[in-house]
Design a protein around this ligand. Structure first.
Ligand code: GLY
Ligand code: MN
Ligand code: MN
Length: 461
């Protein structure tokens, strides 16, 4: 437990509770079963974990497992392959994992190994990844379609390609080997789009920690602070609470706030500038995604306030559109209309009417991204937005971000910024669960009203 102390309103005393337990094995088994019911009886499904990535010479980036592997098996270590296959009487799940190896474990840490995988993961069988070729061959020979995502492992791709080639060369060998390579992603993304209670408890926890991290950065803000210093407050809070970032933190002061995915985080934020922070952590793989923008010295200028109010109103209108039965792009429509009208009223857009103001040539100059995306095991989570080319309607259990913004980059050479707003970038982003009632803002603990922000900024600087 960790609470904030200091001169804040009740609302900003945020207590981070116990971390939720990971999604249960029973639920992972249900997912496997549900997926198998969509497969033909003679199919084989392969889920390959992400490869490790080199950062420099013999140093790797911190490992992050493939979200489909986490979703189905919960295995979060590299060099593993899950196979879902028809075992005759029933579907079976087999997991190939790195075997125990005292020397390797001495360097990089203990491994569950084959016995550990079988005992402690929701699988029917486990085997050493050293036996992958011998083990997969009979499964490939016995199937007619293989569901596999290429590009994660040359080794598995080669095995699958050889089996497909062998079968196409010998069409007389009826019933032997896969004839089709199929993509499991459409099925998996449909399942992952609707979140269970257990998934939501991971996301709520990630949203609480991320909200607190933003509050810490607000409290540590002052003119002349370095972007990386604010980043350290954010990411320190993630770590303190046992989580890690879900995507690289974006911390941009002044004109840097107008770069959508700014990542240098090496500037200083001048007294009088806004700072935009887009940062969220993940808990057991589930992401939060929050953006807040505030004046680093604790007081919005009139010009900053004019733009901030428009974005905040747009965000509130967009959140209100997150309701069952609305098309997924209803928040985008609401946000765009509010921002176009606001900029018309300020004289930034010339109109002459709202329809013209909404065009790419007008609003599009200052608002160039969508208003949200699905959120879950991936920060830009899976889920088709336009099945059959029609916008998907919101259903209970979907989680979407709502993140309108306005960006007046003084650095831009293609267009003249309105002088009053040059160097102002504002984005406000929350994570919203669709319910059968009001939109449930999972990140509601993170302040965004002007008075709340001004009361908090610098209280710990
Ligand atoms: N954090 C990346 C995004 O908001 O899309
Ligand atoms: Mn986002
Ligand atoms: Mn974001």
């Amino acid at each position: 437990m960790f609470s904030l102390a200091g001169p804040m309103s009740e609302k900003h005393v945020l207590t981070i509770g116990e971390a939720p337990p990971p999604v249960s094995h029973a639920e992972l088994r249900e997912r496997q079963q549900a997926l198998m019911t969509h497969l033909p009886t003679d199919a084989l499904l392969l889920i390959v974990n992400n490869p490790e990535a080199i950062r420099s010479r013999d140093v790797e980036y911190p490992y992050r497992a493939n979200s489909d592997m986490l979703y189905l098996v919960g295995w979060d270590e590299p060099n593993a392959v899950a196979c879902l296959y028809n075992g005759g009487e029933c579907w079976k799940t087999r997991l190939y994992v790195p075997p125990r190896d005292v020397l390797a474990e001495t360097w990089t840490g203990l491994r569950p190994g084959v016995d550990g995988a079988l005992a402690d993961w929701p699988v029917d069988e486990a085997a050493s990844v050293d036996e992958l070729e011998d083990g997969l061959k009979p499964l490939l020979d016995a199937c007619r379609s293989v569901y596999h995502i290429r590009g994660l492992s040359d080794r598995v791709d080669t095995l699958v390609d050889s089996a497909l080639l062998e079968q196409s060369r010998d069409r007389q060998r009826k019933g032997s080997g896969p004839a089709d390579l199929c993509d499991p992603r459409p099925m998996l993304s449909e399942m992952r789009l609707i979140k269970s209670e257990s998934e939501l408890s991971q996301m709520r926890h990630a949203c609480q920690i991320s909200s607190l991290a933003h509050i810490e950065a607000m409290r540590g803000s002052t003119g002349g602070v370095a972007e990386y210093q604010l980043q350290s407050l954010i990411e320190g809070c993630f770590l303190w609470h046992g989580s890690r970032w879900a995507y690289p933190s974006i911390v941009g002061g002044g004109d840097n706030a107008t770069i959508l995915h700014y990542q240098d985080n090496d500037g200083t934020v001048a007294d009088g500038d806004l700072v935009l922070i887009d940062a969220g952590c993940e808990v057991n793989g589930y992401a939060a995604d929050i953006t807040r923008t505030w004046p680093v010295n604790g007081k919005f200028s009139d010009a900053q306030r004019e733009i901030y109010d428009i974005v905040l109103n747009a965000q509130l209108a967009a959140i209100d559109a997150c309701r069952v039965g609305n098309p997924y792009d209803a928040p985008h429509t609401a946000a765009r209309q509010t921002m176009a009208q606001g900029l018309l009223d300020l004289g930034v857009l010339e109109g002459p009417n709202l329809e013209e103001a909404l065009s790419v040539e007008q609003l599009g100059l200052w608002y160039m991204h969508n208003t949200g995306h699905w959120l879950g095991l991936d920060v830009h989570d899976v889920g088709v937005y336009r099945p059959d080319d029609e916008p998907r309607e919101f259903e209970v259990g979907m989680v979407i971000t709502v993140e309108p913004g306005l960006y007046f980059g003084a650095w831009r050479g293609d267009v003249e910024c309105p002088e009053r707003y040059a160097g102002i970038g504002v984005r406000i982003e929350d994570d919203v669960l669709i319910t059968d009632g009001e939109p449930d803002v999972l990140t509601a603990a993170c302040p965004k009203e002007v008075a709340e922000l001004e009361a908090l900024i610098g209280t710990n600087a």
